[in-house]
Design a protein around this ligand. Sequence first.
Ligand SMILES: Nc1ncnc2c1ncn2[C@@H]1O[C@H](COP(=O)(O)OP(=O)(O)OP(=O)(O)O)[C@@H](O)[C@H]1O
Ligand SMILES: [Mg+2]
Length: 370
Amino acid sequence: MATISIEHASKSFGSTKVLKDISLDVKDGEFLVLLGASGCGKSTLLNIIAGLEPMADGTIRLDGEVVNDVHPKNRDIAMVFQSYALYPNMTVERNIAFGLEMRKISKAERKATVREVASTLQIEHLLSRKPSQLSGGQRQRVAMGRALVRRPKIFLFDEPLSNLDAKLRGEMRTEIKKLHQTLKATMVYVTHDQIEAMTLADRIAIMKDGEIQQIGTPQEIYSKPANMYVAGFVGAPPMNFVEVDLVKREEQLGAILPAVLKGEPVDHFLPLPNSKHLEARENTKVILGLRPEIITDSTSTHSSAPEIECDVEFLEPTGADTLCIIRLNGHPAKARVSPLFACPPGESMRFTLDTHRACLFDPTTEQAIT
Ligand SMILES: Nc1ncnc2c1ncn2[C@@H]1O[C@H](COP(=O)(O)OP(=O)(O)OP(=O)(O)O)[C@@H](O)[C@H]1O
Ligand SMILES: [Mg+2]
């Protein structure tokens, strides 16, 4: 068992509050990703779990036991840093074995453990090299090896892949996922890369300015974002936000969606699924959140979803599909269509809008209207 439970954690550096009343539970064997922009407090929170940083207020429990005052060495946690922090004068083998050496593990046992870990990470052929003779990805593996040999209950990763190029990052991501499946250890992983978060996490905690905005499975975070910050942070290209008037026409509540057709402004009426919360907002403005894949060519869906016709300003082919830039309420918006049906820029095209998957936000609080 290895659970982490944080209750009401706060932390300040001088007069700056960097963590504000954070509460978070990580389940046994869970892969939890802390996702957020630079400076939001991810590393600080990870360091608090590791015991490298004291907390001002709050309680932290590992397996139910309060560890606020337990030394990092005695927390049974291993951490992998962005900088790798390898000893430059030691061989890979010794770098990996060093923690075991400090703990007075016998030479024979050390050798066996290092071999086993090196085999898992496929770095057996590098054991006699020095860190300077390794590529970035290989150094990253050695850093992981150093964490693995300790067989800790909990792994903490602080942006371990951010120094690697895109291709290697993708490969290492897969390796880390495999490792998690094999070890079934509890892992907390910090990143500001939303793709990394979506692909690795059992659950994602999105942070902003020292606060957790939402915790949920990648699918929950993607399809039911709690607010506009979360909605805009996850997904590429990002969700389109359009301010619309909510009105009722013939007993049907819907949004007035201003677009452009043959160079002229046109107002489309977009019926929205009924909900009590929406009814209460009749004749007010709301923010409609439309992911690009929700606005698609009418030929590729057979649903009864509403359609709009509008001018295409630009095309951005991505290979698998093509992004059409249209104009909604004066701002560019991206629609994701099949490359077969994307019409040339300057012409008008019919789009289907899957309004059941649209999000709605309060323009003042920016919180989701559910
Ligand atoms: N030792 C320190 N003294 C003063 N301020 C600090 C210290 N460490 C961090 N901070 C500040 O605390 C805030 C949170 O820092 P933290 O390193 O946790 O952010 P982060 O989310 O990990 O960012 P990044 O993605 O850039 O690594 C930042 O504004 C940072 O400047
Ligand atoms: Mg950091």
